[in-house]
Write a protein that binds this ligand. Structure first.
Ligand SMILES: NC(=O)c1ccc[n+]([C@@H]2O[C@H](COP(=O)([O-])OP(=O)(O)OC[C@H]3O[C@@H](n4cnc5c(N)ncnc54)[C@H](OP(=O)(O)O)[C@@H]3O)[C@@H](O)[C@H]2O)c1
Length: 316
C-alpha cells in the first residue's frame, strides 16, 4: 500500500512516497480504497510542524478521503462493502487505503464523485458550522476573508444560499470574477485600500487571521459577529483583545470555530446535507486541480504559495 509520509518537519521535499503492507480493519472499523484525498492548508502546517494536534514526523498526513469500502471489521455489517463513502480521518489520508472507525464514515449520494466529496467535505463543514455559530441570516451583510480558498469558496456559497449579502475578499480580479459567479454580491481586492469600510458587516467569516485581523474586527456593525476559522495569514496580532475592547460600544462577538470540536454524531448529518446540496447542484465543489498521490509535494508548493482557487485533490 502506497502512502505519503512526513519524514521530518520541513518544506514540501520532506514528503516521501512509501510502499508497505495494508492494515486490516478491526472491530468497528472499515477499510476504504481511496479515490480522492482533499488537500488543505492544515496539511501544510502539519508538514511544517506548526500545527500542534499532529504527531511527530513519520506520520501520514491527510484529513479527509473519499472512496469505496473494500473490507469491513469482524463485527461490521458486510453490506458496507462496495459502498462509496467519505470520511474525516484526521491523519492518514495520503494513502491508497485508509482504515477508519465506522462512526466517522458518511455514505455518498450516487451522483457525487469522490473528487466532489472531498471538494465539499471539510471545507463545507467548517463553513457551515462557522456560519451557524454566527447566526448569519437572510439580508445580513457577510464578509468572507480568504474567499478563494477551500473554506472561503464554501462560506461564500453557503452564505449566498442563506440570502446574505456577501462581500468576498480576494487577491486578484480573475478570482473576484469567479467568486461573483459563485454568489458573492461584491468583491474586494485585498491590499488595495478599498476594504477599509468600518462598521459595514453583520458577520465576518475569517480563514486568514494574521496581523490585519484587528482592522477587520472594526468592520463589524453594532451587534456584529466575527468567526475566526483559520490562520492562513498567521496568528492574530497581540493587541487583538485591545482592539476588541475599543469596539466595546458595538457589543461585538468574537469567536473561533474548529471542526475538531464537533463530534462524529453531530458532524455526520451536516455532511450528509452538504453532499446532497452538491449532488443536486445547489453548491459547487470547486476543484482547483487533481494531482496523483506521488505529486503531494507539488500540491503543497501550490498551497503554500496561495496559488489555487478552491480545493486540490490527490488521486491515489
Ligand atoms: N476551522 C477548522 O476546523 C479548519 C479546518 C481546516 C482548515 N482550517 C484552516 O483554515 C485556513 C484556510 O484553509 P483553506 O484550506 O481554506 O486554505 P487555502 O485554500 O489556502 O485558502 C486560504 C486563502 O486565504 C488567502 N490568503 C492566504 N494568505 C493570506 C494572507 N497572508 N493574507 C490574506 N489572505 C491570505 C488566499 O486567497 P486570496 O489570495 O485570493 O486572498 C488563500 O486562497 C487554514 O489556516 C487552515 O489551517 C481550519
Amino acid at each position: 500500500m502506497k502512502t505519503i509520509q512526513v519524514s521530518r518537519f520541513g518544506g514540501p521535499e520532506v514528503l516521501v512516497l512509501l510502499d508497505g503492507p495494508a492494515i486490516a480493519p478491526e472491530a468497528g472499523q472499515i477499510s476504504i480504497a481511496v479515490e480522492a484525498v482533499g488537500v488543505g492548508f492544515v496539511d501544510v502546517m502539519a508538514r511544517q510542524g506548526t500545527y500542534p494536534l499532529f504527531p511527530e514526523p513519520g506520520f501520514v498526513p491527510g484529513v479527509e478521503v473519499a472512496g469505496t469500502v473494500d473490507e469491513v471489521g469482524p463485527d461490521v455489517d458486510a453490506n458496507w462493502r462496495g459502498r462509496r463513502v467519505f470520511a474525516v480521518c484526521g491523519v492518514g489520508g495520503y494513502a491508497e487505503r485508509v482504515v477508519i472507525d465506522l462512526v466517522k464514515v458518511v455514505p455518498l449520494p450516487d451522483k457525487l464523485s469522490a473528487g466532489q466529496a472531498v471538494g465539499t467535505g471539510v471545507n463545507a463543514l467548517v463553513a457551515s458550522f462557522a456560519l451557524e455559530r454566527t447566526g448569519a441570516d437572510a439580508g445580513e451583510h457577510v464578509l468572507v476573508r480568504g474567499a478563494s480558498g477551500g473554506i472561503g469558496v464554501m462560506a461564500t456559497q453557503l452564505a449566498a444560499r442563506k440570502g446574505c449579502v456577501v462581500m468576498a475578499v480576494t487577491s486578484s480580479a480573475s478570482r473576484a470574477d469567479r467568486l461573483r459567479a459563485l454568489g458573492a454580491t461584491r468583491t474586494i481586492l485585498r491590499g488595495t485600500g478599498e476594504d477599509t469600510v468600518a462598521g459595514a458587516y453583520d458577520v465576518v467569516v475569517d480563514t486568514v487571521g494574521g496581523s490585519d485581523m484587528g482592522r477587520f474586527l472594526t468592520m463589524l456593525k453594532p451587534n456584529g459577529r466575527y468567526v475566526l476559522c483559520g490562520g492562513a495569514g498567521g496568528p492574530p496580532p497581540a493587541d487583538l483583545l485591545a482592539r476588541l475592547f475599543a469596539e466595546f460600544h458595538k457589543s461585538p462577538s468574537l469567536m473561533c470555530f474548529s471542526l475538531n470540536s464537533i463530534d462524529d454524531d453531530h458532524r455526520r448529518p451536516v455532511a450528509d446535507e452538504l453532499f446532497r446540496l452538491t449532488a443536486e447542484g445547489s453548491i459547487e465543489a470547486v476543484i482547483d486541480e487533481g494531482l496523483r498521490l506521488d505529486q503531494a509535494a507539488e500540491a503543497h508548493r501550490r498551497m503554500a504559495a496561495g496559488d489555487l482557487f478552491g480545493k486540490i485533490v490527490l488521486r491515489p
